[in-house]
Design a protein around this ligand. Structure first.
Ligand SMILES: [Zn+2]
Length: 208
């Protein structure tokens, strides 16, 4: 037993260190967290959704219907509620890294995925989280099962999109009727402590 233990510890010590991304305690434990360095060199960040191939995005709850829009209750609703049935599979919208996966007050079991563009997607009220902080996920990968943990009156997915910790209307990213990605450029402009998020003004045909 002791020899096995010794052998194991020797083996572990010679394997290269894991390349799992690590996050600060703040990033692991809280939803609204500014992304380090995101606006360090620029005030304008562009999310080029039109450059994302079909294989690199997924509607977070396939077949789901919107039961409550973003901004409901005088702007208090920080996400969009999508429903199918209990314990249905929630999928990561894009490739990314799980920053947070834990119960968090009214959110219940929640997952925050950070994507390379700086965008973060949030999946909440989950019956069960299937991934941990530091896990690398692919678009479409199952990450949780729908539930009603936290403050929820029915089993559903509360889905949020955030940039630098600030939530914005997920309708800018997805067409929730068609359940498709909006293939356009989204501009995120740092404005004091906040961020203004809007679609880039469309170029007229013919201009480059
Ligand atoms: Zn909600």
């Amino acid at each position: 037993m002791n020899i096995l233990y010794l052998l194991l510890s020797v083996l572990l010590s010679i394997t290269p260190p894991e390349e799992k991304p690590s996050f600060t305690q703040m990033e692991i434990n809280h939803i609204r967290v500014a992304t380090p360095e995101l606006f360090a060199n620029t005030k304008l960040l562009e999310l080029h959704l039109e450059q994302i191939p079909d294989t690199a995005y997924c509607f977070p709850l396939p077949g789901g219907k919107v039961i409550s829009p973003y901004g409901r209750g005088g702007g208090r609703h920080s996400g969009i509620d999508i429903k199918t049935c209990a314990k249905d599979t929630i999928r990561s919208a894009f490739d990314g890294v799980v920053r947070m996966s834990k119960p968090y007050s009214a959110y219940g079991n929640v997952i925050v995925v950070r994507h390379s563009s700086g965008l973060e997607t949030i999946y909440s009220h989950n019956f069960k989280n299937l991934v941990q902080s530091g896990d690398i996920v692919k678009a479409g990968q199952p990450i949780a099962l729908t539930g009603r943990t936290g403050r929820a009156s029915t089993e559903h997915l509360h889905f949020e999109t955030r940039i630098n910790g600030q939530h914005f209307n997920p309708n800018l990213i997805f067409d929730f009727k068609e359940r498709t990605l909006r293939k356009e450029c989204i501009q995120c402009t740092k404005n004091g402590k906040g961020v203004i998020v809007k679609p880039a003004t469309k170029k007229t045909a013919g201009t480059t």
